[in-house]
Every structure is written in C-alpha cells, then in structure tokens.
Design a protein. Sequence first.
Length: 375
Amino acid sequence: MDDKYRILIATGGTGGHIYPAIALAHQYKNDGHQVTIVGTGNEIEKKIFASEDLVVKYFPSKLKDYPTYKKFLLSFWTDKEVKNFVKEIKPDMILGMGGYASSEICRAGGKDVCVIIHEQNSIAGRVNRFLIFFRKASAAIQGLPGSFNKLDRLMMRFSDGMRFLGNPIRKEILDIKKVSPEVDLSKSLRVFIMGGSQGARSINMSVPNALASLNRSANIKVMHDTGEEDYDEVNESYKRLGIDAKVSKYNQNVESAYAWADLFIGRAGAMTVSELSAIGLPSILIPYPYAMDDHQFYNARFLEEKGGAVIIDDEKLTSEHLSDVIRDLSEDRKILKKMSESAFDVRFVHATENIVDFTYQVIKKFKLMGNHYPM
C-alpha cells in the first residue's frame, strides 16, 4: 500500500493480550509502517518481547494493585508522560488490545487520533466498554462473536465500525493442520493438558486419576503443562499411578504440543479457544469460574455450540466425570474427527490479515471525515 502510518499498539498484562499484539505488529511492520508496541513492562511482557524484533516502549501501570472500582475511577486520568509520548509520536492509529494496560494510551490519543479497539473474549471487558461508551474508539474488532451489545454498536463512530474478525494467531500455530479424513483406531490417543494458567489447580489435580482409570482399557499418551506451583505434585501423581507422562511447568513451544495432540484439556481463555479453532483441535474445556462476567464460559460455548468442544463446569469437575468423557471420545475416534471438523474455523486462519485490512479502511475513513463527530 502507498500510505505509510505511524501505529501504536497498546497491550500488556497477560499473554492473551500480548500475543495478538505481536502478530499484528509484525504484519504492520511487513507492510512498511512504523510500529511501536506500548506495554507496562511486567516480567511476562519483557520475557515475551525479548525474542521479538519489534520496537517496545514501557510505561509501568499505576493501576496494577488497585481494586476494580478504583481502576475504573482512575481510568479518567491520564499520566502526563504518556500524553507527551503520544503527542511526540503523532500516531495515525492507536490499536488498543484490551485490559487496563491499554486504556491510558488509547485515551491519550485525543480526538485527532484514530483509536481502534480489539476485544479478545466473547464478553467485552470493562476497559473496552468504557472506551466505546465515552466515544474514544472509532471502531471495535471482536475476537470472538458477541463481545459487544446493540448499545455498544450505537456508540460507534461509523455504522460499520464493529466487526467479528477473530483473534490473530501466530504463524507457528497456523502451520499445524489437524483436520484430517483419516481415523486410525489403533493409534494411541494423545492428550495435551494445559493446567498452568490461573486457577487451574482443579484440572491439575483431576486429570492424573482420570487418566489412570482409563489407562487400563485405552492406549493413551500424555503431555501435561502444570504451571509452577503444581509441577512436583502432578509429576509425582503420574509416577505413583504408573502413567508415562511428559510433565513440564511451562511449554515454550505450545505449537509442538498442539501438533502432537489428538485432544486438548484446559481452560477457555480467548486465545486458547481461537488457537483450537484455527487448527481444528478437539477439546474438553473447563472454564475458569472466577473470570470477569464468566467470560471463559462464553468463550467455551462458542466451540461447544459448533460441536468442537465438551464443556465441564469447574465445580462439577471430578476425576470420574472427566474419565467418562475421555472414555467416550477414545472409544469412538469418529467423534473426535467430527469434533475436529466442527472446531475448525477459517476466519481465525486469516484473522491477522483481515484485522489489518479493516484498520486501514478505518484510518482512511477517519482522515476523510476529520473531527466531524461528537466526542
């Protein structure tokens, strides 16, 4: 494209906000634009961004340890250093990736800057709703359908400014092809468990015993990411139960685990659901019960309604129940094949390109209309 833009991508906090930002940043950079990612500088961000060839600027979050109501009240205030930074960059667009980490940068843009927000979850977070309600956003992108309601849509600058375009997926994951017409009942069922996210102890504690009762009748191989706290206990459980499992605290190359697995068991974060959709990996999802507005349940339901996942409520999660569900899937692999086909969604394969193209359209429309919009 001929026009070259200065773009700020406001993100941070968790991997669910960071990885989509990275995918988009690389696409913008490849298109020849000047891209800067703005984060808070926490340890997760520094670890992830260290391996990326991207310009990153950090502004430590002053809201980190405050309760939600206080964060909301302080969202009306913008730090002078942040304002000056945005003023100096003079961005053509600020892309906010959700969360309080992105709020301040989006608000610092003022009415002369095109602000676009991206919501990863099926239920929009407080910050993105705030930015829409106070008409700080020119457009909004939904990573999963249904994020915003009719009132949110009415508050958009442009009538077509709200789109479901998916969550950007890393190329390493997109290279995986799970959907296949082959069903080989003689092969082992390979199960990948991701229990390392927040509040996943219930998964870590339930899975070993569930698989132990199955291992007598089914040929199952196991890969289990536990997180830091539960590693020793889970690893010891597998050894005690006589299960040959590959146990790790954290898998740096989750794409290799996805490629290996026939079945995924874990939480229902927006990026997890999107990645499963992009490659067509069947899943048993146990939504985190304390997620804001129960958004993980609605994320999981997106896959369940298509037939690509089975949902188990965290409060109903027992080794016996989980064992029964896995047994049903292992005894009839045609069910897994059907789940794989149902889970696959090409919109996530092309999400990065579609989001980038949409933002270019919004920027052009914003520049044509100028400031003729009530703020």
